[in-house]
Ligand binder design. Structure first.
Ligand code: O2Y
Ligand code: MN
Length: 597
């Protein structure tokens, strides 16, 4: 029980519907987390890792049917379908609530219902939001304790009267008297519902225990409900990393970046610059909430307290800061287990072991065709454990944003870096952000460009056209000189031999360096029909071993390729039922510039 009457009433209502055996209020302490981990180990769902190798860490293996976010089962429930827009699954709130009411009836039988008070953002920040998640998953409690400010710190504020968002989550796997539990309870796909109610600011998720479907503070609250609230209140809830960059002179720049999945977002958030004297620090790796300050600048907080990162591909080469972060006190999901009791995944440091237990708990021997770790296997770790975390990452005022990057995986056409002419042109660049579909996704569209405006297509809680209009209208709150400058970046340009032209990783600091000099007005750019590009001599390339002609290709604007790009953008814009007029104008202006070039 809490001192908040409305909260107690809701907890009682849900308990009488779902009939759990017990109700437990989470305090957010380390003792509580350790106790819960011990319980999961005892019931066979968690595996403690070797404390000598990975102290305080645990491995979970999910059901093979429950391994990632399920976009097909994700719904925005608004009174009118056009409010959800053409890119979201929609259902009327009453219809969805009726379905969910039936599904939740008795669904926590034989289980404990956990009450998780939590805060997205530093507890003392005016930009933060409070919420309470009810769940019957101890795995969710353990992860929420890392990903959010959870427990007494949040409950205290809610008891003092802070508004809270209701987040209801159920695994959909009740236990009858004497029934044996399974390691990863969940419901079949057709009974999974990840549903959002922007009009009443509620989230109800049923049937999945995994990641974005179940840790409701992340994609559901911080992005889908968050973006809807942000529109109403005049701020931005974005799928962006936040990076703090300090040049050798000690000047500090803050950069946000929108990148669709599989484009190196976490690596950039934790970049180690190769340029001497430059320092990069992490403020956030996935989500940014940005509000205008009284000075007309945009200030960002990271609403999360941890990272839920993809394990596969992470190594001391690709991301040394992530590797150091997960050295202890980490929850791993769906990675492989070594005979020594440590974790293993594709491309992790060191040789491939002869024997592993794979992510499904089966023996795996070197040479077997299957992959021992799931490609969407994850680590959950506190941001405070990251060696590159900025000392001011929890500043309640946020950090002032100087530049916004939008970047995808584009083997051709899109140059290494391109500065927008102004704010509206920058929104245009964000609206056409695209990434090549890679073999990582099962699709018949491999090699084609998938457009993902500001990497928010799966996360906008309202009509995607209105979302872009909101970006355009935000400019009215400030003046062009105070707004962040917007840049398109592309680390993935390839040549005719299918080789990458740019080394990426720490060398991306060379592009960031040029951006900071542009911000200071120290360097001129080349005006092209698509935007403002660097002169080759203005990029710091010393020490790089690039292929002959690489820079020319990385900075070229090929008129033929851009005509094809225009056609592809036109096709993409057809899907909008509410395309802002300004973006139609931007497209027309691009076409005219290309025609007269
Ligand atoms: O598969 C999931 O549920 C995780 S999704 C995710 C996790 C961390 C950061 N970003 C994402 C994403 O889908 O963008
Ligand atoms: Mn993300």
């Amino acid at each position: 029980m809490s001192k908040n009457v409305a909260l107690n009433k809701w907890v009682e209502e849900v308990a009488s519907l779902t009939t759990p055996d017990k109700i437990y209020w989470c305090d957010g302490s380390m003792e509580e987390r350790e106790r819960l981990i011990d319980e999961t180990v005892k019931n066979g769902s968690g595996v403690r890792l070797n404390p000598q190798l990975r102290p305080g860490s645990v491995l979970f293996r999910s059901d093979p049917s429950d391994v990632a976010r399920v976009e097909d089962r994700t719904f925005i429930c608004t009174s009118l379908q056009e409010e959800a827009g053409p890119t979201n699954n929609w259902m009327h709130p009453e219809e969805m609530k009726a379905i969910l009411n039936d599904l939740f009836k008795g669904s926590m039988k034989g289980r404990t219902m956990y009450v998780i008070p939590f805060c997205m953002g530093p507890v003392d920040s005016p930009m933060s939001m409070f919420a309470v998640q009810l769940t019957d998953s101890p795995y969710v409690v353990i992860n929420m304790g890392i990903m959010t400010r959870m427990g007494d710190v949040a409950l205290q504020k809610i008891e003092e009267g802070a508004d809270f968002i209701k987040c209801l989550h159920g695994l959909g796997y009740p236990l009858e008297e004497g029934q044996q539990d399974v390691p990863w309870p969940c419901a079949p796909m057709e009974k999974k519902y990840i549903s959002h109610f922007p009009e009443t600011r509620e989230i109800i998720s049923f049937g999945s225990g995994y990641g974005g479907n179940a840790l409701l503070g992340k994609k559901c609250l911080a992005l889908r409900i968050g973006s809807s609230i942000a529109r109403e209140e005049g701020w931005l809830a974005e799928h962006m990393l936040i990076l703090k960059l300090t040049n050798p002179e000690g000047e500090v720049f803050y950069i946000c970046g929108a990148f669709p999945s599989a484009t190196g977002k976490t690596n950039l958030a934790m970049i180690q610059p190769t340029l001497p004297g430059w320092k990069a620090e992490t403020v956030g790796d996935d989500i940014a909430w940005m509000h205008f300050g009284e000075d007309g600048r945009l200030y960002a907080i990271n609403p999360e307290a941890g990272f839920f990162g993809v394990a596969s591909g992470t190594s001391s080469d690709s991301n040394p800061n992530a590797m150091a972060s997960v050295s202890h006190n980490t929850v791993f999901t769906n990675v492989a287990l070594t005979d020594e009791g440590d974790v293993w995944w594709e491309d992790i440091d060191g040789p491939v072991p002869d024997h592993l237990i794979d992510w499904q708990g089966n023996d795996w021997n070197k040479g077997d065709a299957s992959k021992p770790a799931h490609p969407n296997g994850r680590f959950t770790v506190a941001a405070s454990q990251c060696p590159s975390i900025a000392d001011n990452w929890e500043d309640p005022r946020g950090v002032p944003i100087d530049a916004i990057l939008v970047g995808g995986r584009r083997p051709s056409t899109v140059p290494l870096v391109n500065e927008s002419f102004d704010w509206n042109h920058g929104i245009f660049l964000g609206s056409v952000l695209g990434s090549e579909v890679t073999a990582a996704v099962i699709s018949d569209k491999i090699g084609q460009v998938r457009r993902d405006p500001f990497a928010m297509l799966p996360f906008s809680g309202y009509n995607i056209g209105d979302y872009l209009l909101h970006w355009l209208e935000m400019a009215k709150e400030s003046t062009e000189d105070k707004l962040p400058k917007i840049y398109s970046v592309n680390w993935f340009r390839k040549d005719s031999e299918n080789d990458f032209l740019w080394p990426g990783f720490g060398d991306n600091s060379r592009v960031l360096e040029w951006i900071t000099r542009r911000l200071k007005g120290e360097v001129e750019a080349v005006e092209t029909p698509i935007g403002l590009l660097p002169k080759e001599e203005d990029l710091r390339l010393e020490g790089l071993d690039l292929k002959e002609g690489a820079m020319k290709a990385l900075l070229e604007v090929d008129p033929e390729a851009w005509k094809a790009e225009l056609a592809s953008i036109k096709e993409h814009y057809k899907m909008y039922d509410r395309l802002p007029e300004e973006l139609a104008q931007q497209l027309k202006a691009l076409e005219e510039r290309l025609n007269s070039a």
